[in-house]
Design a protein around this ligand. Structure first.
Ligand code: SF4
Length: 154
């Protein structure tokens, strides 16, 4: 099957072949953790998690991949509207592509960051539910860490 490409989300990641085997497509936003982008993308991080962070694993060993992740994170902080529009466009395109390839799309918006795209979860989930009711939405409990009322809002 032809591989999907987005502006912000990526498809070709370590979870892709595993997910496809079970009928799922995994779309991830990989950004730059902690202060690598010049902005703090992991306010609740610890020295330990930063040391073990998967940012440098897999494709993350390549400087061009690291730079693309940094650029996305800078865009999130400095051009929020543009970033969210591109994410939205990617999600719609990913859903369409998944349907064509008989896959259930899965989205992970804080792949190697903790910027709290969770803040936008409610909007994203509502929009996803409308666009594609069978979409699997993974909400990790650490995403709620230090985010006041996040659990209640969800
Ligand atoms: S992405 Fe997660 S594991 Fe990596 S530094 Fe940020 S909070 Fe820690």
């Amino acid at each position: 099957m032809s591989k999907w490409r987005g502006k912000i989300l990526t498809y070709n990641n370590a979870k892709t072949p595993k997910g496809e085997k079970y009928g799922y497509g995994s779309f991830v936003m990989f950004g730059a953790p902690h202060k690598l982008s010049g902005h703090n993308a992991c306010a609740g991080s610890s020295a330990g998690c930063r040391e073990l962070c998967i940012f440098y694993a897999g494709m993350g060993i390549f400087p061009n991949v690291q730079q693309a992740r940094i650029n996305r994170t800078v865009m999130y902080f400095e051009e929020r509207e543009k970033f969210l529009q591109l994410v939205n466009r990617d999600i719609k395109s990913a859903i369409k592509w998944s349907k064509k390839n008989d896959l259930i799309p899965c989205f992970r918006l804080d792949g190697t960051t903790d910027i709290g795209i969770a803040k936008h979860f409610v909007k994203v989930i509502t929009s996803l539910r409308n666009l594609c009711p069978q979409t699997t939405i993974e909400v990790l409990t650490p995403d709620f860490y230090k985010k006041k009322n996040a659990k209640k809002i969800m």
